[in-house]
Design a protein around this ligand. Structure first.
Ligand code: ZN
Length: 600
């Protein structure tokens, strides 16, 4: 990555890429008339509803509704950001991208990142060599063997061994010309407190390289061979590693995840290895961190449901419920796989075999079920406790997007707790109302959550920009940066998404010019007032990755925010009318007050 790609180059890459050839790398296509059809790679199906139009350089699935051009296809299927998809297709097409010149500061950062990747590569090679070839690596090989893994697994995952020495890696890196400061930044070595020099962070450990989605090593996890503590050490965060955004095994698992539409989420490296090898390749590990919202969004790019398989103890349950909340906020259904207590996926598969695990997988149950059971079990005392527990459950039930599901859980809760169903329904209704009842919600503080996904840039309390509301701005960004969203908005009609004249006008203009995005800027400058074009142009320069994701979910989120925004606006207007009426000396007309009440 060296800069920003010009829009005319993007068009050139699009035109020079044969969409049939690209899609054929992932999907078996058959010609039918002007189209090619095949089984959709984005949802599971038995008869083909995925079609590619060679002439229009466009794909569409009648089953799940996805569609777009070569870039959106590659982004979706490989989980890439827009610029990376462009770069990859440019390389294929033999087009050289002259990218925008970076500022000196950006250029320094880019160079640093490149150096950091290289140092991690050197370290991964060194650890791997030690494990596979060196006599001193025997202890690592023995350990792996004892856990049931041979050279094949070690090779596939590029596992390594860090010697039980203080300066082995540091010395090697220096011999290979790596910069000491870079190795420190990555946390591979640390300065000694006394006497100068550095010492290795990973010593006497089996090493797991952690990859990003491009297959670059961004960090390491190291497991102690014996019973020493801590059992695991991970690389600290660095400019190339943010633990909240990386999952161990995702690079290897993503194709299987997409095909099956599901992912098994486990805690440890060996859990991931064990299931992958046992024939369940759709598995990733959190590596000792709680599942974050970013993790949830990342998973959502590939799967429709997540199967949680954490340790079968109290800590594992807490981790499970945390993950449930993170996933629920992203609208991803989650289920729990249960194992006999004391077993982990690794031990279970080794002792019981893959078939037994498959059965457990089929028996997975909704995480909400387990949550309810767990909360109610902790409240077997008096009525007070039970009511309190029911409230805790209802708070989570309120987070479900499907009202039928909510209803079923309430019935279940009534049955299990003995509390009257009507009462539970009422509590749920109150819980759902809560954000709207916040006293200052019509005074400029947007109700939470403003955008379910993706994270909308800028603080939630920022004043609205002149011209349009923030949800409308989000939809404008989708029009500019997300081809699928563009098509859906175009099909649904603008009136569903815009209510201020300025936003409507801009959106209309953007939709008319589907063919040539490189002319957007000129067009916007030519056709819009300067203050309006001044608002649009910054939106064009936003990172497209912020607006990537499942289009249905994105648009649903936008619509919900828009509705809240519209309601807020109506309330403000009504309130203003009431105030004016008050100031004019007579109390507001009954109907105005009534209207205001209705708007609540
Ligand atoms: Zn589909």
């Amino acid at each position: 990555m060296t800069g920003q790609i010009g829009e005319s180059k993007i068009n050139e890459v699009r035109e020079r890429t044969d969409i049939i050839e690209l899609v054929s790398q992932y999907v078996t296509l058959k010609r039918s008339g002007a189209n090619h059809t095949g089984l959709c790679p984005f949802h599971s199906e038995k008869s083909p509803s995925f079609s590619v139009h060679a002439g229009r350089q466009f794909y569409h699935c009648f089953g799940c509704g996805v569609g777009g051009d070569v870039f959106s296809f590659l982004m979706k299927i490989e989980g890439l950001a827009f610029p990376d998809a462009v770069r990859r297709l440019a390389e294929r097409a033999g087009i050289e991208l002259e990218e925008r010149q970076l500022s000196p500061q950006e250029e320094r950062r880019r160079q640093q990142r490149e150096r950091l990747y290289r140092v991690n590569e050197l370290a991964a090679d060194y650890f791997h060599q030690t494990l596979m070839e060196q006599p001193v690596g025997e202890v690592g090989r023995q350990y792996l063997k004892q856990r049931g893994y041979g050279r094949k697994a070690a090779g596939e995952y590029r596992l390594g061994y860090a010697l039980e020495e203080w300066e082995a890696l540091g010395r090697t890196l220096q011999q290979q010309g790596a910069n000491v400061e870079d190795a420190r930044t990555l946390g591979l070595i640390r300065p000694r407190e006394q006497g100068g020099g550095d010492y290795d962070l990973f010593r006497g450990r089996l090493m797991f390289p952690i990859y990003d989605l491009s297959g670059r090593v961004v960090a390491f996890g190291g497991r102690v061979l014996g019973d020493g503590k801590p059992k695991y050490i991970n690389s600290p965060e660095s400019p190339i590693y943010h633990k909240g955004r990386v999952l161990f095994g995702l690079y290897q698992a993503r194709q299987a995840m997409r095909q099956s539409g599901e992912v098994i989420l486990v805690e440890g490296y060996f859990d991931q290895l064990a299931l992958y090898r046992a024939g369940f390749p759709q598995v990733v590990a959190t590596c000792g961190t709680a599942l974050t919202g970013e993790h949830a969004r990342l998973l959502k790019r590939y799967v429709q449901r997540v199967l949680l398989l954490f340790d079968q103890d109290a800590a594992g349950r807490q981790a499970t419920f945390k993950a449930m909340v993170a996933l629920q906020e992203e609208g991803v259904p989650a289920q729990v796989i249960e194992l006999p207590s004391g077993e982990d996926p690794d031990s279970f598969v080794q002792s019981q075999g893959a078939e037994a695990f498959k059965l457990r997988l089929q028996q997975a149950r909704p995480v909400m079920d387990l949550f309810m059971e767990d909360v109610l079990a902790g409240a077997d005392g008096g009525i007070e406790q039970k009511v309190q527990a029911a409230k805790v459950v209802i708070e989570r039930v309120a987070g479900l997007t499907n009202s039928m599901e909510q209803d079923l859980y309430l019935k279940d809760l009534a049955r299990r707790s003995g509390i009257d169903l009507e009462l539970l329904k009422q509590t749920l209704a109150e819980t759902l109302q809560q954000p709207v009842q916040q006293p200052d919600d019509y005074r400029g503080t947007p109700p939470e959550p403003f955008f379910p996904q993706p994270d909308f840039p800028g603080p939630p309390v920022a004043p609205l920009k002149p011209g349009w509301s923030r949800p409308e701005e989000m939809v404008l960004c989708l029009l500019l940066h997300n081809e699928d969203a563009r098509q859906q908005i175009s099909a649904a009609g603008l009136q569903d998404y815009f209510f201020t004249p300025a936003a409507f006008k801009v959106a209309e203009l953007l939709l008319r010019e589907t063919a040539a995005p490189e002319t957007f800027k000129d067009l916007i400058v030519a056709k819009l007032d300067p203050d309006l074009s001044g608002l649009v142009i910054p939106l064009m320069h936003k990172d497209p990755e912020q607006f990537a994701g499942e289009v249905e979910a994105l648009l649903r989120g936008c619509k919900a925010s828009l509705q809240r925004e519209l309601k807020k606006k109506q309330r403000e207007e009504t309130l203003n009318k009431i105030r004016q009426a008050e100031q004019a000396g007579h109390l507001g007309p009954e109907d105005l007050v009534g209207q205001f009440k209705n708007l609540k």
